[in-house]
Design a protein around this ligand. Sequence first.
Ligand code: F3S
Length: 391
Amino acid sequence: MYLTKEEERIYDGEFGWANQVCMKILVRLGELFGADRLIPISSAHVSGVSYKTLGDAPSEFLKALAESNAKAKVKATTNPHSIDRKHISARISEEVVQKQLAITKTFERMEFRNSLTCTPYYLEKPKLHAHMAWSESSAVVYANSVLNAWTNREGGPSALAAAITGKTPNYGIHKAEERKPKVLVTVNTKLKSETDFGALGIFLGEILEDKIPAIKGLESASKDDLKQLGAALASTGMVNMFHFYNEKISKEGLEKISIDKNDLAKVKQKLTMTSTKKPDLVFIGCPHCSLNEVKRVANLISDKKIRDDLEFWVCTSRHIKEKAEKYANKIEKCGGKIITDTCAVVTWTEKLGIRTMMTNSAKTAHYAPTLDNADVTLAPLEECIKTALKE
Ligand code: F3S
């Protein structure tokens, strides 16, 4: 892989240990994937911020980087960590809270913006065709497919290294020719709710391997639906983007797949492990809610109250919470919790006594059984809210 003179000097350690180790991570990755060179990026987004998923050893590595004076060279944001200061911290051990805060502060020390959200694109929309290094898979698919900004799916370490060097290896979907669709997917059923879009993502992720699809049948999709589709697609597969099928896309040479109502029904059935009428938690906000979603939740609750025998969480970023203040206040007044900086997957639900969960997110329904040890019911927003409300 070609390196500029300056990159070589960084690689050789002239700019300190932190820069050297980051450069080495990127060069190794580039060599593995056949990159020809490094390219500048406009932003990086790192995952691996939650102490629950990170653990102790990587936290020490982060600390060592910060102590060696590593600083983000480009706009760099962070994924959710494992606590919400208002609703969760006081319910788990002080030791865990302190360990989490130490990680989060380490990022701050390295001049990352502690956005603590998986939807960094609501904070600042990336420019068209901007090269980036993002490592939250749902955000990667959304950025590539909906916003037409270009990023591979980075791992936590490579996104971190990219943030500190301001570069990423030029391979994968940083190259226009690698972004072309390989499969034409025809959806032969009307997608009626966000859970249908999520089920479609789970189904496609399982069968596509890394082949980029052009999907026919997304005409009625809202941006929030597409967010559900992308998050689910990335949770079961390696595809990092999809296209909306249009007449300009040649069908020639594309593998063809058709999907009908039954395929989606089977996925939804598989993602629903329990049919409890009273889950411990009703969770909305995976990926973190948009302003529109918070508004929808508030409107659906109307003037009713949340049941006393369950928790109702709406997870979003601080940024959206602020913008949606009126709706957020209304949800909290009715007994719901607006949770920021975390979500039901990366926080300590088990320690909070949550064993059963209802959610409108196929991604959460896919992960919560293993990461939260919880039984899940997947249901559209209206049904989730109906379950959460007092009669
Ligand atoms: Fe975001 Fe948590 Fe879902 S980090 S994408 S809300 S699993």
